[in-house]
Design a protein around this ligand. Structure first.
Ligand SMILES: *Cc1c(COP(=O)(O)O)cnc(C)c1O
Length: 378
C-alpha cells in the first residue's frame, strides 16, 4: 500500500461547500488586496492564539523577516537560533543584515537548547529565535528567563507549530507563538493550517510592533503614497484569508486527530525506535512525526526500505544549517554542535496527516519494524 507524506485532498470534501462559498464571495466583491476578509481572519487568528494582534503576510518567511525588523533587529546584531530548522529561519536573519548564531539542540525535543543558547550570548546579541520544530514546543520558561536576564527579543518561529501549546511555570496554558515578543506562522499548504497557496502571519501583543508590521507589509505606508519607511509587498491575499477563516474553524479537531495518529505510531513502535517524547507541560501539534534510530546505518536502511515499499518519508533536516554551504562564511564545521549532528544523522519523518487510517498506520509501522531485519541494497 502506497502511503503519502501528506494527503492534501483528504480534508477537502467535508469543507468544500464552506470554502467555495467563502472564495466566491471574494470573487464577487473583487476586493483582492487587503479586503475585509484579511482583517476578519487576522482578528480570528489573534483571538485563537490569545495574542492581541495578528498581521497577515504573504508567507512564513516574510513573517520572520518583518518580525525581525519590527522588533528592532539591525545590521551587525547577532541572533541566536537553532541549526536544526528550515533555512527560512536563518536566511531572514541575514536578510535584515544581522548574523545568525547557531547553538546546539536538546537531544530529546530536538529544539534549541537554552543552555547552549546562553553560552552564545555576546554584547552584540539582540534576539533569540526558538523554533518549535515539527510542532514540539520549545522550553519557553527557560527562553523567557534568558530574554529577561539579557534584555533580548524573543521571536518564536511557529511555522510548524500552530495549535501547539505550552504551560508556563506557575502560569496557564499558552498557544505557541503568543509567549515571546512575536510569533511567526506559515500557511504553506502542508502546515497545520494550510492555505490554498502561500500565506503567513505574525502575532504580537505590542502596539508598536503591530504598527511597524502593518507598514512593512505594504511598502512602508499607512496612507497610500505616504511612506514613512521602506517596506515590502507582502500582504496576505484576500482569497487565502477567506480560505483560512474556514479552515481555522476545523484546525483544533485536525490537531487532535494528528495527536491520535501520533499515539498509535508510538504504541506500535515501542521498543523499535525512539518516538517523540512530549513533556507534560506541552501539547505537540504534530506537523511532522519524527522517529530516531541508534545508528545512521539503521536510519538509512529504514528510509530506503520504506521508500521501496511506496511509503513516503523525509529527513527533516539532512544537513544542519551550520554545515550548509550557504553558511561557509560563518566557519561552522563538524564537531561544533555535536547533539545536532548526531540527530541529523539518525532521524527521519513518517507520513503524518489527520486522516491517516489505521491500515496506513499499520503499513508504515510494520515497514519500520521489518527494516531492522531486512538489509536494503543501494
Ligand atoms: C515552512 C517554514 C518556514 C517558512 O514558511 P513559508 O510559508 O514556506 O515561507 C519557516 N520556518 C519553518 C521552521 C518552516 O517550517
Amino acid at each position: 500500500m502506497k502511503v503519502p507524506m501528506v494527503d492534501m485532498l483528504a480534508g477537502y470534501p467535508p469543507i468544500k461547500d464552506e470554502i467555495e462559498t467563502a472564495v466566491k464571495n471574494v470573487f464577487n466583491k473583487a476586493n483582492f488586496i487587503l479586503g475585509e476578509e484579511v482583517a476578519g481572519f487576522e482578528k480570528e487568528f489573534a483571538a485563537h492564539n490569545g495574542a492581541k494582534y495578528a498581521v497577515g503576510v504573504a508567507n512564513g518567511t516574510d513573517a520572520l523577516r518583518m518580525a525581525f525588523l519590527a522588533s528592532g533587529i539591525k545590521a551587525g546584531d547577532e541572533v541566536i537560533t537553532s541549526p536544526f530548522t528550515f533555512i527560512a529561519t536563518s536566511e531572514t536573519i541575514s536578510q535584515v543584515g544581522a548574523i545568525p548564531v547557531f547553538a546546539d539542540i536538546d537531544p530529546v525535543t530536538y529544539n534549541l537548547d537554552p543552555r547552549s543558547a546562553e553560552k552564545k550570548i555576546t554584547r552584540k546579541t539582540k534576539a533569540i529565535v526558538p523554533v518549535h520544530l515539527y510542532g514540539m514546543p520549545c522550553d519557553m520558561d527557560a527562553f523567557l528567563a534568558l530574554a529577561k536576564k539579557h534584555d533580548l527579543r524573543l521571536i518564536e518561529d511557529t511555522a510548524q507549530a500552530f495549535t501547539g501549546k505550552y504551560k508556563l511555570n506557575g502560569g496557564g496554558w499558552k498557544y505557541l507563538g503568543s509567549i515571546g515578543d512575536c510569533g511567526t506562522y506559515s500557511f504553506f499548504p502542508a502546515k497545520n493550517l494550510g492555505a490554498f497557496g502561500d500565506g503567513g502571519a505574525v502575532t504580537t501583543s505590542d502596539d508598536r510592533i503591530l504598527e511597524t508590521l502593518k507598514q512593512l507589509r505594504n511598502h512602508g505606508s499607512k496612507v497610500r503614497y505616504h511612506h514613512e519607511m521602506e517596506g515590502f509587498n507582502s500582504r496576505l491575499d484576500t482569497v487565502q484569508a477567506a480560505v483560512l477563516s474556514v479552515r481555522l474553524k476545523h484546525v483544533e479537531k485536525w490537531t487532535e486527530l494528528r495527536n491520535t495518529v501520533a499515539a498509535k505510531y508510538a504504541e506500535a513502535l515501542k521498543g523499535v525506535c525512539v518516538t517523540p517524547v512530549v513533556p507534560a507541560n506541552a501539547r505537540h501539534s504534530f506537523n511532522y512525526y519524527t522517529i530516531r534510530f541508534d545508528t545512521k546505518a539503521k536510519r538509512d536502511n529504514a528510509q530506503k526500505y520504506l521508500t521501496e515499499q511506496g511509503i513516503a518519508n523525509q529527513i527533516y533536516y539532512p544537513i544542519a544549517l551550520h554545515l550548509q554551504e550557504a553558511y561557509a562564511r560563518l566557519g561552522g564545521k563538524r564537531g561544533d554542535l555535536p547533539v545536532c549532528e548526531a540527530v541529523q544523522d539518525t532521524v527521519f519523518s513518517l507520513p503524518m496527516f489527520p486522516e491517516l487510517t489505521d491500515g496506513q498506520i499499520k503499513t508504515v509501522t510494520d515497514a519500520v519494524k521489518a527494516s531492522l531485519t531486512v538489509s536494503v541494497g543501494k
